[in-house]
Design a protein around this ligand. Structure first.
Ligand code: ANZ
Ligand code: ZN
Length: 800
């Protein structure tokens, strides 16, 4: 009987679908497990093998949990608003709604062909009005609670996509979507006050089980720094120029100041600054560069001294020059710094270039060569001399500053408020009305969803204006407060909006009166295990933790953190070891693999190809190896014998394998779990037969990986359904191979007896013997001439 994978796989997929086998139960009395994977963006390219790997990890865990008796919620949905779809729509003239529906259908079909055990009754689509109604609702709650505001600012603007981008979406000075260069532009934009949650987002990390690297990235992203604000006086006009420093201990070493080119003090004193034209020209140059270019790419420091403004160091009373330079950002601290060239590398480079004094205030380095950024004893620092720089000097200086009334402790965050808008069509409309009398007014909750109007022309306006602005029937409305003529906001929300709360909707996806019922949320939250890509651990995870914490503060969700545990899978590289990409032509289509080898092979392979958390290249040969493994599994049926208990030959290995697979799945070590089952398979072939008890448990532990073939083999040989069975158990005591007692000798004299595994090899046996104190003593200081191991009997070490 040959294994016909395509017939068997569709048979089981149909069965699971018709019987809703993997539907999470509404009976909330049992123990639950909520496994979450990052829902895909349904792009026109269809699914990538990377998606398959990303979903296969928790797929295996979910299937195991069901066999362990848990009520498992393993949902899927579509994060479907966003630019690629809109850009396709603009190019092809097909409406984004239609493009999205087609892409979702394609993704659904592909996911089902791989046999994922998702609960298909809970699919969410962020572009569905029954979903985005609640995205708008949460936004309005934030508006009501003062977490939404509008502000004019310099924004990253993509001239090609014609949209304003967050810093995160324009890393490296390139648009995240079309990769063209971004430019700086002033614009009035919407913000969410995420900085208000900075401390909560940091503290929350102590309660959760995230990969260390994930935690670190979030901490760096939030970037909490403690230091001081210090007021320097401007000699010519008495103006207070406030700086932010993490190093008030170095105040005696300040020899100049630097302010951002956009700092408002320049405008304020235009008329008294003598070289204003030169400053203006420098500022114009800087406006062309993104923050990334200004901070990361520059090798050579540039800047211009302000002629007409001089700073006074509040501690020393010394006069110091003030420069503008692009290495100081307006958006961080106060946009002005005190420069300490002896102990800061950037300041050092700048001072060298402009010939400014360098004064050492911390001992330990050689400032004639480079800045000394380490710790040490304070020098040239008046009352601080002789104490250590860090805590002591910082504390003391803070006291002095406070006494003088020219400074105070301060905290700064790298994280900025979240620019929350796009001037594009395919997004959730922001439910705000602008009234000439009342200002910004929320759309009443009972008018939600504020529907995205159906239009024929969804191209963006020329200056980044939203296409919605052109639709008079949408724009013109009555003010909900005073009833007079008003205009609707025409910006839409950024793509990150819908994914900021989708894990909540999964708990109760069809609820019309709440985003999810309290009972459902209480049962399912927190997400027990969230797995996804490393690229989403800052933006998406921080945004969604922020929304969740906000809802928690309103008493609308029961847990302070949404995700109890977070892991991340590694990328699948092309066969050439490079990142898979259309342009390189090294993309593997999961459909092709399913067609040629079957879904089970694809699933086993993506988990076998390497450490789950590391990147690994695709290998067609290894895919074939996985196919052989499953073919040999099928062929076991030809050597099946009766037997209710494990045979003597395989007993230990069965227990060991069940233990290894059980533990490895929990540790995401799928590759070694599969390798253990392959070893077991080899031993079965070596033994020449397998009995029913052994086959049954092998099928069960392999089932999460290869559910189709194992379901079929189970039905054929045992009757009934494997998904209704229990996870295989092992006996710890039976996992160890039989042990034997051996003696350890030195130069033929018995020193001790040792209990060792029966299959121990020479080097292990000798190593164990050497650990014995008597043996160690006997060979100490001697040359080992020979080591002998007589299997199961003795170790002899010859030493002189
Ligand atoms: C004096 C000093 C001496 C500094 C020293 C550092 C070392 P973090 O830790 O990232 O918060 N800084 C402040 N505002 C800035 C801005 N808008 N643009 C660029 N640099 C700015 O860094 C804070 C330090 O970065 C501050 O401490 C300031 O330089 C600089 F030996 O002040 B420091
Ligand atoms: Zn009004």
């Amino acid at each position: 009987m040959k294994y016909d994978f395509s017939a068997i796989e569709s048979k089981w997929q149909n069965y699971w679908e018709e019987n809703e086998t993997f539907k999470a139960s509404e009976d909330r009395s049992g123990k639950k497990f909520y496994a979450l994977v990052e829902f895909p963006y349904p792009s026109g390219h269809g699914m990538h093998v990377g998606h398959i790997k990303a979903y296969s990890g928790l797929e295996v865990v979910s299937r195991k949990r069901r066999l362990e008796g848990y009520n498992v919620l393993f949902p899927i949905g579509f994060d479907a608003y966003g630019l690629p779809t809109e850009n396709t729509a603009i190019k092809t003239g097909v409406h984004p709604r239609q493009v999205t529906d087609e892409n979702i259908a394609k993704f659904t079909n592909q996911l089902k062909r791989v046999g994922f055990s998702f609960d298909w009754s809970r699919v969410v689509d962020t572009t569905d009005e029954n979903y985005y109604k609640w995205t708008q609702w949460i936004f309005l709650k934030m508006f009501e609670n003062g977490l939404v505001f509008r502000d004019k600012t310099m924004v990253n603007y993509c001239p090609s996509c014609k949209v304003v981008l967050s810093n995160e979406d324009s890393q490296g000075g390139k648009c995240d979507i079309c990769h063209s260069d971004i430019v700086q532009k002033t614009k009035e934009v919407w913000y969410l006050r995420i900085t208000e949650y900075a401390d909560k987002l940091l503290q929350g990390l102590e309660e959760v089980d995230y990969l260390p690297n994930v935690k670190l990235q979030q901490q760096n992203w939030i970037g909490r720094s403690t230091g001081a604000f210090v007021d320097f006086t401007v000699k010519e006009n008495g103006e207070k120029l406030r700086i932010y420093t993490t190093r008030p201990d170095t105040l005696y070493g300040v020899t100049f100041m630097v302010i951002a080119p956009e700092h408002p003090i320049i405008e304020k004193y235009r008329s008294v600054i003598k070289n204003i034209a030169e400053l203006d020209a420098y500022k114009a140059e800087c406006a062309k560069k993104s923050e990334f270019e200004r901070t990361q790419l520059v090798k050579d420091k540039t800047g211009v001294r302000i002629d007409g403004l001089t700073g006074i160091n509040p501690i020393t009373g010394k006069e110091i020059p003030i420069y503008i330079s692009d290495y100081v950002m307006m958006g961080y601290g106060t946009g002005a710094i005190m420069a300490v060239p002896a102990h800061d590398t950037r300041d050092y480079d700048f001072a060298k270039k402009f010939g400014i004094d360098i004064i050492e205030v911390i001992k330990g380095g050689d400032i004639s060569k480079e800045a000394y950024t380490g710790d040490g004893e304070m020098v040239n620092s008046g009352e601080l001399n002789g104490i250590s720089n860090k805590k002591e000097a910082i504390e003391k200086m803070l006291g002095i500053l406070e006494k003088l009334g020219c400074g105070e402790k301060g905290v700064q965050y790298k994280m900025k408020d979240w620019a929350f808008n796009r001037q594009r069509y395919w997004g959730e409309p922001i439910p705000i009305v602008h009234c000439p009398d009342c200002g910004m007014v929320a759309v009443p909750y009972d008018e939600l969803p504020l529907r995205l109007p159906a239009v024929e022309h969804f191209e963006p306006g020329t200056d980044g204006e939203s296409p919605l602005a052109k639709i008079a029937s949408f724009v013109n409305c009555k003010c909900p407060k005073c009833g007079r003529d008003a205009k609707r906001e025409t910006d839409t929300m950024p793509q990150w909006a819908g994914s900021s709360w989708y894990f909540l909707r999964y708990c109760d996806p069809h609820n019309d009166s709440e985003f999810a019922s309290q009972e459902a949320l209480k049962y399912w939250l927190p997400v027990d295990w969230y797995n996804g890509g490393m690229e989403h651990v800052t933006r998406h995870m921080i945004y969604s933790r922020f929304w969740h914490k906000f809802l928690y503060d309103l008493g609308l969700v029961p847990t302070s953190e949404p995700y109890a545990k977070r892991t991340a899978q590694g990328l699948i590289l092309g066969p050439d070891g490079e990142k898979m990409s259309k342009s390189r032509g090294n993309v593997v289509d999961p459909n092709d693999v399913v067609d040629a080898y079957g879904a089970d092979v694809l699933r086993v392979y993506v988990l076998f190809m390497g450490d789950y958390e590391q990147a690994a290249p695709w290998s067609e040969n290894s895919v074939k190896g996985c196919k052989r493994f499953l073919d040999r599994l099928w062929a076991l049926q030809d050597m099946l014998t009766d037997g209710e208990e494990y045979s003597d030959k395989l007993r230990t290995l069965m227990h060991k394998t069940i233990k290894k697979v059980s533990e490895d799945i929990e540790a995401l070590k799928f590759n070694t779990a599969i390798a253990a089952m392959m070893t077991l398979m080899n031993e079965i072939y070596a033994a020449g037969s397998i009995n029913k008890a052994e086959l049954r448990d092998l099928l069960i532990i392999l089932n999460p990986f290869a559910p189709h073939i194992t379901s079929e083999m189970y039905q054929i040989n045992f009757g009934g359904y494997i998904h209704e069975q229990k996870w295989a158990t092992y006996d710890e005591a039976l996992c160890v191979d039989a042990s034997v007692e051996i003696v350890a000798q030195v130069n033929g004299k018995v020193k001790c007896k040792l209990n060792v595994p029966a299959d121990i090899d020479q080097s292990e046996a000798v190593a164990l013997a050497k650990q014995d104190p008597k043996v160690a003593e006997a060979i100490e200081g001697k040359n080992i001439v020979k080591e002998i191991y007589v299997k199961g009997r003795l170790v002899n070490i010859v030493a002189r």
